[in-house]
Design a protein around this ligand. Structure first.
Ligand SMILES: Nc1ncnc2c1ncn2[C@@H]1O[C@H](COP(=O)(O)OP(=O)(O)OP(=O)(O)O)[C@@H](O)[C@H]1O
Length: 242
């Protein structure tokens, strides 16, 4: 099943064309990476898929429907790159608040909180105020809230940005492990190509609002005679793509 379908997507901001005919598709069960240089159009694409921005032109389907409908929104989690946290509530209270927004005061909400606490993995610190959390702890709670509601699609914009090596790896392990066990399809971005190789099954490489390459990491590495995805990225972006 196709979870995300983007076809000839164009997005203009005033006179500036941020997306210039983007096309790619994400299948159920994938961890799909949207990669590209700064300003390539990744966040703009994510915001359109999350129903926060309207496309100028093109076809965008999430779970077979236009983004923004209540049904799609209920089945999609979007974690923005700069997602903030509430300072004066605990991680636990935050997870409970999100779960109740999704499910109301139900048994389902309680189960989601249990899963969220497990994913966050903060032990007793989950009951401390979030203002005392490190950047990595805040991100763990944010990733937990995105996955715990078992969305069909989780859109994670640079989930490990600004984290140290250990914290980033832990977030990666969470994404990989829980995406599989909870049956969540993931669309994520990252500037760390080692990370993308580690966690993503397929990628689309976007630059200046266009997809220059799409495919399995291993196939792209082979196609470009490269040692790794970073080298593919460099060759594609410098060479202008296919
Ligand atoms: N609301 C907006 N108004 C005007 N221009 C915008 C707006 N949002 C994004 N842009 C522009 O669109 C282009 C794509 O931005 P976008 O944030 O999607 O890139 P990105 O690939 O996510 O970059 P980064 O890796 O730096 O986060 C950029 O040139 C950006 O300045």
């Amino acid at each position: 099943m196709t979870v995300v379908l983007v076809k000839d997507l164009v997005k203009d901001f005033g006179g500036f064309r941020a997306l210039n005919g983007v096309s790619f598709a994400v299948d159920e069960g994938e961890v799909f990476g949207l990669i590209g240089p700064n300003g390539a159009g990744k966040t703009t694409t994510f915001r359109i898929l999350a129903g926060l921005l309207y496309p100028t032109r093109g076809e965008v389907l999430v779970l077979g429907e236009k983004p923004g409908s209540l049904r799609v929104k209920k089945q999609t989690s979007y974690l923005p790159e700069d997602a903030g946290t509430y300072r004066n509530i605990t991680g636990y209270e935050f997870l409970r608040m999100v779960a109740e927004l999704y499910f109301g005061k139900t048994r389902e909400a309680e189960e989601a909180v249990e899963v969220g606490v497990e994913i966050a993995g903060l032990g007793e610190k989950i009951h401390e105020k979030m203002k005392s959390y490190s950047k990595g702890m805040k991100r763990r709670v944010q990733v937990a809230r995105a996955l715990m509601v078992r969305p069909k699609l989780a859109i994670l914009d640079e989930p490990t940005a600004g984290l140290d090596v250990v914290q980033a790896k832990e977030i990666r392990d969470i994404v990989r492990e829980y995406a599989r066990s909870l049956g969540v399809t993931v669309l994520m971005s990252s500037h760390n190509m080692l990370e993308v190789e580690d966690v993503c099954t397929r990628v689309a490489l976007i630059d200046r609002g266009r997809v220059l390459e799409e495919g399995h990491v291993r196939d792209l590495v082979e196609k470009y005679g490269a040692h790794n995805l970073e080298e593919v990225f460099f060759k594609v972006v410098k060479g202008g793509g296919r």
